[in-house]
Design a protein around this ligand. Sequence first.
Ligand code: ZN
Length: 151
Amino acid sequence: MEMCKSVYEKIIEHSRREMPLEACGYLGGKGRTVVEAYSLTNIDQSGEHFSFDPKEQFDAVLTMRKKKQRAVAVYHSHPETPARPSQEDIRLAIDPEIIYVIVSLAAAEPEVKAFRIVKQEVTEEPVVVIDGLSTEEPENWEKQWNVKNSR
Ligand SMILES: [Zn+2]
């Protein structure tokens, strides 16, 4: 999967901020590229698992729809374990269409990995961090990128 650099940085920053709890959220995409991170509250308030705040989740889905983005991925952090789906992550991964992104802060350098989990079977998806240009919707893209950078 392709991920805008701004998104990559945002999910790492969010994960660090939530330490020692797990951070979580959605990643909205255009075409094949993740363009925006929606950080959500982990109502489990746990360092080992997460649940989205349902109200925030609903709002994020609406916002994505409005912006013509697709919920490409769900991300969460592993404060103390590697960027690999846990047994529980695998058990709870019921959507074969969704990519599961894990941010690990276990090592000195943060690690971001992506997985598809279909029928308990885990396949890693390479994460390609890009600077924010899409081949599919150049106009939209440019607009979004400029807005982000002018803030
Ligand atoms: Zn996990």
